[in-house]
Design a protein around this ligand. Structure first.
Ligand code: ZN
Length: 236
């Protein structure tokens, strides 16, 4: 047994030299005690610490445009910061393990304030099927799936769907963005979900137009539905 343990340790050391594990944010080699993200980067990743409703600017901003129950963001937005870099890696370089890391963080943080206590389904902002095919995945999938496992709530990409291809939002003003996305979503079999409470998950909320359109689609299509919102970060 002692020998096996030793061999295994040696094997891991060799693996580490051949294929060093790298920090998902800064790409420095990780120490044994570090997982996914180095201590230095972690120290620069700040949780918002927002309550669900009191003194919560995410809730205040979003509840002013759509009738939601709860809303929060996990991390403080920082334009040149670690959270942006991690979301970029998750979105464009298919580092799905970052989604798992975010889910673990969310679990620790949101258990305390009972955010998920009355939630029935976790749904992501859907990508258009064409975009999802190009990218090969929805960047929120692993985050949502792991979050669902931790809280024992179903995560599904089959209820809230995107129907119209919306052009790139970047060159549009706020009003044009809203018009562009307001008819972009639909619900599969709305009658099956009467009275259910959905949490919509998203990576970065900027104007809130997309999340508003998703929330309105659920509220207008599913009888007696409720909506809450959880973002990784929000530009405030
Ligand atoms: Zn790092």
């Amino acid at each position: 047994m002692f020998l096996i343990k030793h061999l295994k340790r040696g094997y891991n050391d060799v693996l580490n030299i051949l294929y060093p594990r790298l920090c998902l944010s800064c790409s420095n080699v990780l120490y044994d005690t570090e997982t996914e993200i180095c201590h230095r980067c972690l120290s620069q990743l700040h949780l918002t610490g927002f309550d669900i409703k009191q003194n919560n600017p995410v809730y205040e901003r979003l509840s002013a445009i759509v009738n939601i129950e709860k809303a929060t963001a996990l991390f403080v937005f920082d334009k040149s910061g670690i959270v942006q870099e991690l979301i970029h890696q998750l979105k464009y370089n298919n580092h799905q393990e970052i989604g798992v890391f975010f889910a673990k963080t969310a679990f620790d943080y949101l258990t305390e304030n009972n955010f998920f206590d009355d939630i029935d389904y976790i749904v992501p902002v859907p990508l258009h099927p064409k975009k999802q095919r190009q990218r090969g995945y929805n960047q929120m999938t692993e985050f949502g799936r792991n979050l669902g496992n931790f809280f024992s709530i179903p995560y599904t990409e089959k209820i809230l769907l995107r129907k119209i291809y919306t052009e790139s939002q970047t060159k549009k003003n706020a009003l044009q963005r809203r018009e562009n996305v307001s008819k972009a979503f639909k619900i599969a079999e709305p009658e099956k979900y009467t009275g259910k409470h959905f949490v919509i998950i998203d990576d970065v909320i900027t104007t809130g137009a997309t999340i508003e359109a998703c929330a309105e689609t659920i509220l207008n299509t599913i009888p007696d539905a409720k909506v809450s919102i959880l973002a990784l970060t929000m530009v405030l």
